[in-house]
Design a protein around this ligand. Structure first.
Ligand code: PMP
Length: 431
């Protein structure tokens, strides 16, 4: 097929790499960075196992050394901590008793129970849409929707920092693929001017919040621009559903454009603490997706335990304002303490807190030192950020406490001192 990512000349190459449109030199650079990381720091986060499962605290095991460490865990997207909530867990257990452990077939081939349908209805209602379509994961929801809606004659226009699932949906559907500058409604308008035609469907895909520690995207502006040009819009709320907007309904609700956005998608694996993906839209579009999205038709549907947990989580998050408030309190506290200590957190204000580092080697040493001190976090490097640089990523949850934040900051300051010392010793040995 004629898959093409249009790249603005001014954009750095790491963003091209993230779009999966690899040139030979991008590939070589990525492999070199990966091998270099392995050589210097072992498997690092690739070798860490959450022995006691996901949560804000638990035992993390380093497979390489066999070392077990009681840790505060900041590396998962369980924003509301609901995967450990007794009521949610009881709902999942009860669903296994009633419906068994797996559905054994796709939703299109009778792999649905009343709770699957109840979840679709409840999600659609919360985000202000007529209907919804449930997928087995967030990843396959994006792939399913984009590839289910578009064909060879159509156009998909995506933000240059789109998640891989959006890029893969765009690649798979066979439509012409265009990108626009990150969060730029103006650039989107100029791309749309060139592609809109009454003879083809144009779909714009954006995320409500991007996962590298920025704040909310200018969703209202982008959605309105898309609508002015007659395009459909899909908003991925993976990192915003559950804690932005009235009742946690997400960024579209917060920015008052739920009706204009044609498709509102989220994953069940983050704020809802389960597994699955869902997209809310008009009844007509939901019917179209259920008839055309291969990820819906040819993939086993969400298990009863997962959908029961997600349904209980959905009800909880929409009614429990205190839960959402706890997440925001911890987020603001963490950002303030880290900034006061001199860390550059970029422009964001959300629960993904990302101290920036100019030197990625120092960053990996810090991650190792933090692990030794019982802090589990992850390092983000090329191709997600520019080559040579890096960020730590602390993802706040409603279940983290101020004490967790204080301990983590203390450990980070100590880990950075140790990393500086190690680098100084290494430099002097080389000389
Ligand atoms: N969209 C975005 C923006 C994401 O960050 C993710 C997961 N990281 C997904 C979709 C896919 O969701 P899931 O992991 O539940 O498949």
């Amino acid at each position: 097929t004629s898959f093409q990512i249009q790249v603005q000349a001014s954009y750095p190459t790491f963003q091209i790499a993230k779009s999966n449109s690899w040139s030979a030199s991008d590939k070589a650079k990525l492999i070199c960075e990966y091998q270099d990381m392995m050589k210097r720091h072992g498997e690092g986060s690739y070798s860490r196992v959450l022995k006691t499962g996901s949560g804000t605290k638990g035992v993390v095991v380093d497979k390489q050394t066999g070392k077990e460490q009681e840790s505060i865990i900041w590396s998962t997207n369980l924003y509301l901590g609901l995967n450990r909530d007794p009521e949610i867990i009881a709902s999942a257990c009860s669903a296994i008793d009633t419906y068994g452990s797996g559905m054994g077939t796709s939703a299109a081939a009778s792999g649905v129970t009343d709770i699957h349908l109840e979840f679709e209805t409840a999600f659609a209602e919360l985000v202000g849409k007529e209907s919804a379509c449930l997928f087995p994961t967030g990843y396959t929801a994006n792939v399913g929707v984009v590839a289910g809606l578009l064909g060879e004659n159509d156009v998909v226009v995506i933000d240059q920092l789109s998640h891989a699932s959006i890029v893969d949906g765009a690649r798979l559907c066979g439509a012409e693929v265009r990108t626009f500058k990150h969060n730029s409604a103006q650039d989107l308008a100029s791309v749309l001017k060139a592609v809109v035609s009454p003879y083809r469907t144009v779909l714009v895909v954006i995320e409500g919040v991007y996962s590298m520690g920025e704040g909310a995207a200018p969703v209202a502006e982008i959605v309105q621009t898309a609508k002015q040009h007659g395009a459909l819009v899909l908003v991925d709320e993976a990192h915003s559903f559950g804690f932005y907007g009235d009742k946690g309904a997400g960024i579209c609700a917060a920015q008052g454009i739920s009706h204009e956005a044609d498709f509102i998608m989220t994953t069940l694996s983050k704020a809802m603490g389960s597994l699955g993906g869902v997209v809310a839209c008009s009844r007509e579009h939901a019917e179209l997706l259920k008839a055309s999205a291969r990820a819906y038709i040819f993939q086993a549907s969400v298990s009863p335990a997962d959908i029961a947990a997600a349904l209980a989580a959905l009800r909880r998050l929409s009614h429990d304002a205190d839960l959402r408030q706890r997440l925001w309190d911890t987020t603001r506290y963490m950002r303030r303490r880290f900034q006061d200590a001199g860390y550059d957190l970029g422009t964001g204000d959300g629960p993904i807190v990302t101290p920036h580092f100019k030197d990625k080697d120092k960053l990996f040493t810090i991650v190792d030192e933090l692990f030794k001190q019982g802090i589990q976090t992850s390092a983000v490097t090329y191709p997600i950020v520019e080559s040579g640089r890096g960020r730590l990523r602390f993802i706040c949850s409603a279940a983290h406490t101020r004490e967790d934040v204080d301990k983590t900051l203390e450990a980070l300051i100590e880990a950075e001192k140790l990393a500086d010392l190690k680098m100084y010793e290494t430099d002097n040995r080389v000389k």
